[in-house]
Design a protein around this ligand. Structure first.
Ligand code: AMP
Length: 282
């Protein structure tokens, strides 16, 4: 079983001895309800470090009013079993009051990049993410930290924060893990009924459609985005598309599509909001 810590002080004490032994620490921050995507991050961390720390914390400050903070799936026992299977050394699962004690005030503001795409539909979301991640970096002080490309904008923002604030950690991106049928693994997939899940597959299928258009010579981003929207909207449980964007690898919008660009989208299926993205390989 991994060692379980709930208090910052205890975790810090333990990790101090690890650092004294000159061991390298790999860190995987998560909100728990672990799946194959998280496992991929943990495995990469396991391969590259002496000690692997996984945090499990559903961070209230990154959820907006009316979002799914209360109903977000939680199961620490199950998560611990998965961490054990993956050879995790340490799990940090603090209470909200441990991370945000009474009188807590300071916030990390990520600026313009946090206001576009996801940020337009989830105001304040990335400030909440950046704040908790910086706190966790200060608590764990890892050599490397692992972030999934599933949350591509989050990954880019964390890279920026680490550079801007001179945080001594290496950010390691991990490619998206998908279910057999192509649906990107997500803790939120448990919200989907079987019928909704079928409609949710349209996200992945729309990437295949885009890839086919691009292979056939289409380079106009507008036309590709329109084709994606039209395709997704045809599916019965799709309640709305928040955005479909094509950007370069640094999230700058593109008019003409090239190899290495990203297609990013957010779609509401039933009551579930799903995000996904795709790297263009021509
Ligand atoms: P979460 O628990 O959803 O906050 O995710 C924790 C970390 O796992 C983040 O860095 C996510 O990008 C990453 N992650 C979540 N789902 C996937 C996936 N399907 N493939 C790769 N990484 C993922």
């Amino acid at each position: 079983m991994p060692l379980l810590f709930k208090k910052i002080k205890d975790l810090r004490n333990y990790l101090k001895s690890i650092r004294c032994d000159k061991k390298e620490i790999g860190f995987v921050p998560t909100m728990g309800y672990l799946h194959e995507g998280h496992r991929a991050l943990i495995r990469m961390a396991r391969n590259q470090n002496d000690v692997v720390v996984v945090s499990i914390f559903v961070n209230p400050t990154q959820f907006g009013e009316g979002e799914d903070y209360d109903r977000y799936p939680r199961d620490l026992e199950r998560d611990l079993a998965i961490c054990e299977e993956e050879g995790v050394d340490v799990v940090f699962a603090p209470e909200v009051s441990e991370i945000y004690p009474r009188g807590y005030r300071t916030k990390v503001c990520v600026g313009e990049l946090g206001k576009r795409l996801e940020g337009e539909f989830r105001p304040g979301h990335f400030d909440g993410v950046a704040t908790v991640v910086v706190k966790l970096f200060n608590i764990v002080q890892p050599h490397r930290a692992y972030f999934g490309e599933k949350d591509y904008q989050q990954l880019k923002i964390i890279e920026q924060v680490v550079e801007d604030l001179n945080i001594p950690v290496e950010i390691v991106p991990v490619p998206i893990v998908r279910e057999k049928d192509g649906l990107a693994c997500s803790s939120r997939n448990v919200y989907l009924s079987p019928e909704e899940r079928e409609s949710a597959l349209s996200l992945y299928k729309s990437f295949l459609l885009a890839e086919k258009m691009i292979k056939a010579g289409e380079r106009d981003a507008e036309r590709i985005k329109e084709a994606i929207k039209t395709f997704i909207q045809k599916h019965p449980h799709v309640k709305g598309i928040d955005y479909v964007e094509i950007t370069d690898e640094n999230l700058n919008p593109k008019k003409t599509v090239e190899k290495g660009d990203r297609i990013l989208l957010a779609v509401r299926v039933g009551n579930t909001r799903l995000i996904d993205n795709w790297k263009v390989e021509i």
